[in-house]
Write a protein that binds this ligand. Sequence first.
Ligand SMILES: Cc1ncc(COP(=O)(O)O)c(C=O)c1O
Length: 467
Amino acid sequence: MLWFPVDRTSTTSLTVQVYEQLRKRILQKELREGERLLSSRELASSIGVSRNIIMEVYDRLLAEGYLEVRPQSGTYIAAGSHFPTAAVDDGCEETLPPAAGSKQLAEGKIDFRAAHPAADYFPRAIWGRLAKEVCTHTPERAFGYASPEGTPELREMLARYLQLARGVRCHPDQIVITSGATQALHLITDLLSKDKQARIAVEDPVTDEMRTIFTYAGASLIPVPVDDKGIRPEELPEHERPDFIFVIPSHQFPLGGTLPIQRRIQLIEYARRMDCFIVEDDYDSEFTYEGAPVHSLQGLDPERVIYVGTFSKILSPALRIGYAVLPIQYVEAYRRLKWFADRHTSTLEQLVLARFMDEGCFDRHIRRMRKIYRKRRETLVSALRRHLPGARILGESAGMHLVVEIPGVRFTPARIRQIREQNVLVYAVEDYAIVKGRHESRIVMGYGALPPEAIQEGVACLAKALW
Ligand SMILES: Cc1ncc(COP(=O)(O)O)c(C=O)c1O
């Protein structure tokens, strides 16, 4: 399914934005000569604009020779329309997520952006001590180039941790250390697309970062609806085989559901039937505040599920350390992709992290952060109950964000801007949705990076903006 974002707040009309996006993709060969385009109805529903806009854009591209109509068959990319240029200005906003330090993270505003950990609790002193020890005592060869899969020290610590804490069934040789989950997912897309455009079934709504990673790697997305328990496997495509299904079963982002075992089994049965992979992103499952964390999907079928994790939430995104756990026969090809991408992730940081785990600091840090995030969550929930008594809170008691539904309120871009004028930043679930119109009264509120006083003040400002 072709998808790209449009910006409703932009002064550029939606028709021009869609035109520029399609033209750019044709010129840059992302849409190939002879390829059949989605029908106007399908594309309109995929990007959430009216069908008239798509028809107008198709007419213009047809008139300019980019497209051709084949009677009783459909609309195709015309021959000779590919023209690689250094830069094709599309007149649209950048599709990558905003950079840290951008206006959206402006100082002086209370920012409920999700998935940002508490930087003020990074264990600086211990990390500093271990970094000094590693730097002083590590043999010289660690300062040269290393193998793409990462250091044996970290992979061994990680395999043990994942088996015990997450029920992941793996040998250290199945682990490849990456520069965050971001790179792990990009390389998985390359691995599984086998020189063609990958088709990925994704949860809808889904995190914008992950969606961008897949589309940037040239994949097309098949949206699969999510409810309060996670992905609905009965909605997976029956007539189109995805290369893989991307899921966040422990704590879906953004809706926050935990996938029940029945759906996990259904998902695996589907993957076996369609002979495709499941890619499990387990980015924040350490932080569960009621009951024990549910074990990984990978543990149910290690041959079908590729498991992806990160240290960005537990420790800090600044480390840029994540990993993929692969069926052993895919490790060699994945190692090669990693080597071509950046040779390997920083050896010194990996060695410090391995020591951090080996000395028991990692488990202690998780226990400490769980208490801090639980407190922040409780503060947010009680502030919402006090200031917005009609609000419904969605999502399991886990992670660093929750979803708030306020019946009767539509979180349109104008509404979100109006809230920002009260110095508080919240994020519409609709921004994460591929198929629009199902989550208009919902916002995502991250609390990981906000101290309790800021959370209370932020909710008071939100209530003021709404009533
Ligand atoms: C769902 C999800 N998975 C993983 C990540 C972590 O990415 P990385 O490890 O590259 O920092 C994020 C970051 O926001 C995320 O939202």
